[in-house]
Design a protein around this ligand. Structure first.
Ligand code: NAD
Length: 351
């Protein structure tokens, strides 16, 4: 066995009620003028954060949007400059965390994240910006949050459909980390436990969204899966989701949810160690079928067709996916890709 593992410098505080510790967290980092970020939907939570921070709140910016449009990033950077902010607090899902990273990328302002979905962006040095309909992404340690406060109580009102799809988004990070070219024993442990936590918690959340114990397990799983995403290089699944979101405007988390069983059906025969870990974590002998059926039973769409994709789109997706080589446990041929996408379009594994 050979591997390289580089730990990312990050402080994580976890537990029900931790949100109230935001002022102490700011103090610990020596920050005195924080700008609070959120989406318009989560303005009330952003205002709660501002109230907690009191005099150390420099302002509230509630215009975060999916995929970080450049004009929103510019407006947020201007607001940070005009208010004299010395750091940001990002409260929300991947969209708000993404906005804080866009600010950090050009200003170097430190970020405290308070995640409220399971997307995992808060654990990664990956940023993204969208301009003229195209999303650019990159890796830069500057955008890595300094501190992450995970409070399961903030996820109690995440709607069930978003909880389930966001949970599968997290599971997808762990799955691809298990067979990543830069996988390592510590990442594999985090991945297996992250998948186990989420797979156990999501069915409970689907019937009782206010169950704090299940919400705690799910958020703990999301943290572990996010850490896997931050530590490794993703393969075919994330590549295809990027194309489906970027070119075909398919919704981020639901696309991950529908596609994951089909990518695992293709990849796991070439990644026996990952297959064994996932069988253990999910207590099943058939990982792809388990993922497909569990997602549909929890109320998600069974096929890419139901997310709006058509048969004619397969040519373009195949061409884009084959245009740039990337690491994958099995070689990706045109025939294999067409077959995978056709199966996912029809939802064959969910039948
Ligand atoms: P999101 O952040 O867009 O949130 C979706 C909606 O849910 C928003 O309106 C938000 O306000 C609302 N919401 C969030 N938490 C809530 C809660 N607890 N209760 C009620 N409503 C809540 O969705 P997301 O799936 O978390 O993030 C998707 C984005 O993150 C995509 O742009 C994706 O590319 C990016 N992402 C980036 C990385 C990375 O490492 N850079 C990793 C994962 C995702």
């Amino acid at each position: 066995m050979t591997f390289t593992y580089e730990a990312l410098p990050m402080r994580v505080t976890f537990g029900p009620g931790r949100f109230a510790q935001l002022p102490q967290e700011a103090e610990q980092l020596g920050l005195r003028r924080l700008m609070v970020l959120s989406t318009p939907d989560q303005r009330a939570l952003a205002e709660q954060a501002a109230a907690l921070l009191g005099d150390t709140c420099a302002g509230v910016f509630t215009e975060a949007r999916m995929h970080v449009p450049v004009e929103v990033a510019d407006a947020a950077r201007a607001a940070a400059r005009d208010t004299g902010a010395d750091g940001c607090v990002a409260i929300g899902g991947g969209s708000t965390v993404g906005l804080s990273k866009a600010i950090a990328l050009t200003t170097g302002l430190p970020v405290i994240c308070v995640p409220t979905t399971y997307a995992g962006s808060e654990m990664t040095p990956v940023w993204g910006l969208t301009e003229h309909g195209r999303k650019r992404t990159g890796r830069d340690r500057t955008v890595l949050p300094r501190s992450v406060l995970y409070d399961p109580e903030l996820t109690l009102h995440l709607p069930v459909y978003m909880s389930v799809t966001s949970g599968f988004n997290a599971i997808a990070h762990a799955v691809e980390a298990l067979y990543a070219p830069d996988a390592s024993p510590i990442v594999s442990l985090m991945a297996e436990e992250g998948v186990r936590s989420l797979a156990t918690a999501l069915p409970v959340i689907a019937t009782n969204p206010q169950n704090t114990e299940a919400r705690t397990d799910a958020l703990r799983g999301a943290w572990l899966c996010g850490a896997c995403l931050g530590a490794t290089t993703m393969s075919l699944h994330h590549k295809l989701c990027h194309i489906l979101g970027g070119t075909f405007d398919l919704p981020h988390a639901p696309t991950h949810t529908v596609l994951l069983p089909y990518v695992t059906a293709f990849n796991l025969p070439g990644a026996p160690g990952a297959d064994r870990a996932l069988r253990r974590a999910l207590a099943t002998d058939d990982v792809p079928r388990y993922l497909a059926r569990a997602a549909v039973e929890l109320g998600t769409q069974p096929s890419l067709a139901e997310l709006g994709l058509t048969r004619h789109d397969i040519d373009e997706i195949t061409a884009q996916a084959l245009a740039q080589p990337y690491a994958n446990p099995r070689p990706v041929t045109e025939a294999a890709l067409r077959s995978l996408l056709t199966d996912a379009l029809n939802g064959d594994l969910a039948l």
